[in-house]
Design a binder for this molecule. Structure first.
Ligand SMILES: [Zn+2]
Length: 354
């Protein structure tokens, strides 16, 4: 082993030296009772210097798949094998996580619209400021893990502002089959960090309030791919997906919404590949006197869909991304060979674990 040329990671209350791995809790606020609100953090600081990558999960407190991804990543790597630093914030929204709510409880504040935060702002904004200054802004790259909101699910995909070349490289390295282009929302971790010179992607995976093992394994491999692409793990060869879809303009992806209220029944499946004109779902009134069929506007993949079976006009039904002929053919072959089974979502046997 060459002599260490790593750089200490200073987080205010302490410092993780090169060659060290530290698990700790970092205080970001207080409860009514005066107890500390502290985020669990792992810093793995490589003996050799290199980029700093942050991982964050549960900024929406009930989105749990990423929490498990970070637990695995934090256990898996040692400082001796890393060039650079892995900064893992296991749970960003601690009050929401404790209450199993998306937002910061009581005030219903979206922590993921509160970055970079304010020292003298509201509760969410103060927590955001502590986390941002200590663990996000000092990094060079980032990955923020999410799931769908409750009563919906989402295909495993990445969201990224692909006009930034490093974000583009990061999104591709992570190796998800589907990457959706978007600048993201003001105040989100991804948008704030990216605009601040810390290229960041969001990973959307499955359902809230669950651990979904095959998605978690895939994301752990995605993190390994990013580590090798950016030379934090120089020994490892990255893997690449067999097909790749980028929703890179507004016309190529669309949320289909209900025009009428009623009872929704999904008609597609079991694979989320639909052809132009295929019925995606029907909406009926309670007397079944009227039935409205919602067709696929183009050939594409359903990357998100409604699980709650009743809808009002304007409610989202599904999120569809257009695919080209070549991608369509690769996916069709994978369906025939069984390789696409991990994406079988609208099917009772697979519902629990997709
Ligand atoms: Zn989320």
């Amino acid at each position: 082993m060459a002599d260490s040329n790593g750089v200490p990671f200073d987080y205010g209350d302490g410092c993780v030296e090169p060659g060290e791995k530290a698990h700790f809790r970092y205080e970001v606020g207080e409860t009514y009772l005066g107890d500390s609100v502290a985020v669990p953090v792992t810093v793995i600081n490589g003996e050799q210097k290199g980029p700093r990558l942050f991982l964050t999960a549960a900024v929406h407190g009930d989105e749990l798949n990423g929490v498990k991804v970070i637990q695995k990543v934090a256990t898996q790597y040692d400082p001796a094998e890393l060039r650079g630093t892995l900064v893992c914030v296991h749970v960003v929204n601690v009050p929401g996580y404790k209450a199993q709510t998306r937002y910061v409880p009581i005030y219903d504040l979206d922590l993921n619209r509160s970055f970079p935060g304010l020292a003298n702002g509201n509760t969410a904004s103060r927590m955001a400021k502590q986390i941002y200054d200590r663990f996000i802004e000092p990094c060079d790259l980032g990955i923020d893990f999410h799931t769908s909101t409750r009563n919906r699910t989402t295909m495993y995909h990445v969201r990224a502002d692909l006009k930034d070349p490093t974000v583009d490289r990061l999104a591709e390295a992570f190796g998800a089959n589907v990457v959706l282009y978007g600048e993201g929302a003001t105040g989100s971790i991804r948008t704030t960090a990216t605009n601040d010179g810390v290229p960041t992607i969001t990973v959307e995976m499955g359902r809230a309030q669950q651990f979904q093992p095959h998605l978690i394994e895939r994301a752990v491999r995605g993190v390994a791919n990013v580590l090798s692409e950016f030379d934090l793990l120089p020994e490892r060869e990255p893997t690449h997906p067999s097909w790749y879809v980028t929703g890179d303009s507004e016309t190529a992806k669309r949320w289909l919404r209900a025009d009428v209220g009623g009872l929704v029944e999904m008609q597609w499946g079991p694979y989320p590949l639909v052809h132009e004109g295929d019925p995606i779902c029907t909406i009926t009134d309670h007397f079944e006197l009227e039935q409205r069929t919602v067709p696929a506007p183009f050939t594409g993949l359903l990357v998100g869909f409604r699980e709650n079976p009743v809808a009002l006009p304007g409610h989202p039904l599904c999120h569809i991304v257009e695919i080209d002929r070549e991608t369509h053919d690769v996916i069709t072959r994978e369906i025939e060979s069984g390789e696409f089974d991990g994406y079988r979502v609208h099917d009772q046997d697979f519902r629990r674990d997709t």
